[in-house]
Design a binder for this molecule. Structure first.
Ligand SMILES: [Mn+2]
Length: 309
């Protein structure tokens, strides 16, 4: 029996970290002698809080593996969100809920569904295989759903996610979703002591939209002033990063998860023009009201893809 390494994307969030830990458990139950989850980047405060509550050690960090290593990608599939030497590795599994941009030389196991979290998909996989779900695993699955769906507020939430979450109530012993999720969100929002340099690297995603290099940051928070209050500092960093990485477009959305509002910081006149056209909004003082666009995946990336297409 062989081994497999389970990895999540470079800017980890709760869904990808917990899903990698769950997926490793699943793959060991299913086929592999050993399945190990690895980190590729620093944990956010929400995820660190959950791991501590669940008494789980933070997995080891690795950004490349020896040639030919068996790999499972969790919660992502785009090349530059993942391992440095992906091309030399043997990707045997992808478990994801994002748009696909993926090519492999050999067939592989792929489970992709347009559902709110990778944790939801994994819960379905356990059920299909008839595997028992421990209380800890159920809590992790529920945390994935609540984190990625922002307590069912995000447009990515499907009816199935709410049904799965209801089912998980019994196994996880968690009855009150709000009471469970709010401390998570507050942990994630506690950014007052975070350097701007770190803050803006907190949750960015790089996209290659038809040869256009685009970076989109999302800062989900229960207190938007942690970000908005430091707008000028953020703009300086955005400018430096845009130049250094030779980007065509960048935007940083500060998403207020309580009031469901997206305020986006935009850097220069070029980006402003694009933003205004794509999202039909007006930017003033480098700020644009993107209304209730809470989901980058569903309400931001598709419009930008169309524009750059
Ligand atoms: Mn996810």
């Amino acid at each position: 029996m062989k081994e497999i390494q389970v990895v999540w994307h470079k800017v980890p969030d709760t869904d990808c970290v917990l899903s990698a830990i769950i997926a490793a458990d699943y793959l060991e139950k299913k086929w592999y002698k050993k399945a190990t989850p690895y980190i590729q980047g620093e944990l956010n405060k929400e995820t660190a809080y959950l791991l501590e509550q669940l008494n789980i050690n933070i997995p080891e960090t690795k950004t490349s593996f020896p040639e030919g290593t068996n790999i499972c990608l969790v919660d992502h599939n785009e090349e530059f969100q993942t391992l440095d030497n992906l091309k030399e590795l043997n990707v045997e599994w992808v478990i994801d809920h994002h748009k696909m941009k993926f090519e492999t030389p050999t067939p592989l196991n792929m489970r992709v569904e347009p559902i709110c979290s990778t944790g939801s998909i994994l819960y379905k996989m356990y059920k299909e295989s008839g595997f028992e779900i421990s209380k800890n695993i159920a809590i992790m699955m529920l945390a994935c759903i609540l984190s990625d769906s922002l307590l069912f507020r995000s447009a990515t939430t499907t009816k199935e996610d709410t049904i799965l979450a209801e089912e998980l109530k019994t196994i996880s012993w968690i009855e009150d979703f709000e009471a469970f999720a709010m401390p998570m969100f507050n942990e994630k929002s506690d950014l007052w002591d975070m350097l701007v340099e770190k803050l803006i690297k907190y949750d960015y995603k790089e996209f290659d939209l038809n040869w256009t290099k685009v970076w989109i940051w999302t800062l989900e928070t229960t207190n938007p002033w942690y970000g908005l209050g430091r707008k000028n500092e953020i703009l300086e960093w955005l400018e430096a990063i845009k130049q250094k990485d030779n980007l065509d477009f960048i935007m940083l959305s500060i998403v207020d998860i309580i009031w469901e509002k997206n305020t986006t910081i935009v850097l220069d006149w070029k980006d402003t023009e694009i933003l205004e056209e794509v999202f039909n909004c007006t930017a003033e003082n480098n700020l644009a009201d993107l209304k209730n666009r809470l989901s980058r995946k569903k309400q931001v990336v598709p419009d930008l893809t169309k524009y750059f297409g």
